[in-house]
Design a protein around this ligand. Structure first.
Ligand code: TEU
Length: 537
């Protein structure tokens, strides 16, 4: 029995994020699909991850790459069918991997039947109560109801044309205009999502990743982000969800996407009767600096302790700059606001890759669960030169092109061969990949890296193999060791040490019995800069 069989699996799991449109394209239309994922399950199992998290696969007009859901109980034809999803869930289980799906409860698509009905039913109708419709301000209602801005840029309100053809009410959308926000005061909305959860739990999924989990409840009398960020009423929703999940056999997990700087407010979502886990974005945003990393680790551990939830460690996802590029710049923190400013700055990909390798060993040695975004294991970089007409992200479009958007971390995966589509699409595919792949990725394909002991992929394979066999890793606690300035060194009991050299100089290793793995060869007996080592104490 492996370590993860002994505890609720999610407390120490490595969860791999599959972004379906960019993972593998079996039918040759240039967009990834479920059949493509199915074919690659042996790859994922071989990599050594415990679970797969699928970004949204539902029918969607794709105004926000599927985070605009038109039907929560089906699969977009671009990706496949519900039967294929069932088969994929079964096959993943047969390969001993759990399945987590992505639920988007804050908003739907403007193509969702409820929103269509709300438009048709007109002002004052019960159908409009499921959303946030309001009359405009100004003499003719020509001004938005409040000054609230969208997270994607521009106003958070869009005016509709009423059934009589006249300009009418406005509706709220925290994200793109094609993503109307649900009104979570509505009992129908609450009941609907409990039913959607039941639908997928009945289909055998092991967990739910909850999109934008902290913004469901609104108070439109409040100004700016306070109108929707982390309002107390949201906890009641997750208590209901938790009791539903607890009614299912097996360990079903609820994972919140919570971007909240306040540790206590964050941890409140992880109380024993609410969510099981949440992404640690403080760690994800942390620059490559020892003090900052250590503080983020300590604070995170401290925040999780009182609620007895495991911490989770994330280096990247489909919304943020790929670590190889982020760590390759002088200012290596991540923030949405600074992304534009950083994009033009000098970039050292070799340095970035070295740090990303060390960061991977750090991430996988910390107590709790770890998330791995597809392509991270290949050391892919952020593609910053996608021709502008090909960019799809509403963050780019709604900012009038000022924000580069998130397409650069969503470029299809290179699997094999020496030129695009690098095995992403089958030979003779009708269409090119939906975003172009850099020709230089010929050196980063799964095929090119397999068997190369210095490759990122083999580093991940080794690390995951050690992690799953190592009783000290996964859930638990850590103990810091005294270490030179700029060096993180900690013990995971029993008998495991992780050292990360974030300083600019080589440093001696702490006393140890043997070296299990290093992110870069040692310099004699010293640990080079930007290098991590796993040691047997
Ligand atoms: O992201 C949520 C998001 O954009 C956060 O960064 C946001 O700043 C925060 O929730 C505000 O408090 C998720 C998805 O990961 C992303 O891909 C989607 O575009 C977005 O939701 C809308 O569904």
């Amino acid at each position: 029995m492996s370590r993860v069989d002994k505890e609720p699996w999610w407390r120490g799991a490595v969860i791999y994020q599959v972004y379906p449109r960019s993972f593998a394209d079996a039918n040759g239309d240039g967009v990834g699909d479920l059949a493509g994922i199915s074919e690659r399950l042996p790859y994922l199992r071989g990599l050594g991850v415990d679970a797969l998290w699928f970004s949204p696969w539902y029918p969607s007009p794709m105004a926000d790459a599927g985070y605009d859901v038109a039907d929560y109980r089906d699969i977009d034809p671009m990706f496949g069918t519900i039967e294929e999803a069932d088969r994929l869930i079964r096959d993943a289980h047969a390969h001993e991997m759990r399945v987590v799906i992505d639920i988007v409860p804050n908003h739907c698509s403007d193509a969702h039947p409820w929103f269509r009905e709300a438009l048709a039913a007109g002002p004052g109708s019960p159908q409009r109560e499921r959303f946030w419709f309001r009359p405009g301000r100004g003499r003719e209602g020509e001004l938005p109801p409040t000054d609230l801005g969208s997270i994607f840029g521009g106003p958070a309100w869009t005016r509709v044309t009423e059934p009589d053809g006249r300009p009418g009410e406005w509706y709220l959308h925290l994200f793109a205009a094609q993503q109307p926000d649900f009104n979570w005061n509505s009992t129908e909305v609450r009941a609907e999502f409990l039913d959607v959860l039941r639908f997928w739990l009945d289909h055998g999924v092991d967990g739910i990743r909850i999109d934008s989990a902290a913004v469901l409840v609104k108070d439109l009398d409040l100004a700016g982000e306070t109108a929707y960020t982390d309002l107390d009423g949201v906890h009641e929703i997750y208590r209901e969800w938790r009791s539903l999940a607890d009614g299912y056999p097996g360990d079903r997990v609820l994972i919140g996407e919570l971007w909240l700087p306040d540790h206590q407010r964050f941890a409140a979502y992880l109380r024993p009767d609410e969510l099981h886990a949440a992404f640690n974005f403080e760690f994800l945003c942390c620059p490559w600096e020892a003090d900052r990393l250590r503080a983020a680790i300590d604070e995170s551990m401290l925040a999780h302790q009182p609620v007895e939830a495991p911490a989770s460690w994330v280096l990247s996802n489909h919304d943020v700059t790929r670590p190889v590029s982020r760590f390759g710049r002088a200012d290596s923190a991540f923030s949405f606001a600074d992304r534009l400013r950083r994009q033009g700055l000098p970039l050292d990909l070799e340095l970035g890759a070295r740090r990303a390798r060390a960061g991977a060993l750090l991430c996988l040695a910390l107590p709790g669960a770890a998330y791995l975004y597809q392509g991270e294991e290949l050391g892919l970089w952020e593609v910053e030169d996608i021709p502008r007409p090909l960019l799809q992200d509403p963050m780019y479009h709604r900012s009038g092109g000022a924000d580069p958007g998130r397409d650069g971390c969503r470029v299809p995966i290179p699997w094999s061969g020496v030129e695009p589509p690098f095995g992403f699409s089958p030979p003779g595919a009708a269409a090119a990949p939906w975003l172009p792949q850099p020709p230089a990725w010929k050196d980063l394909t799964v095929e090119a890296q397999t068997g190369d002991p210095h490759s990122m992929l083999e580093l991940y394979r080794s690390a995951l193999r050690i992690r799953s066999a190592e009783p000290a890793l996964g859930d638990g606690t850590l103990r810091w060791l005294d270490s030179p300035a700029g060096v993180l060194a900690f013990v995971r009991d029993p008998g495991f040490i992780c050292v990360v050299n974030v300083s600019g100089e080589a440093v001696p290793l702490p006393p140890h019995e043997s070296v299990l793995l290093t992110s870069k060869p040692l310099d004699g007996s010293a640990l080079p800069p930007d290098t991590a080592a796993w040691l047997r104490q």
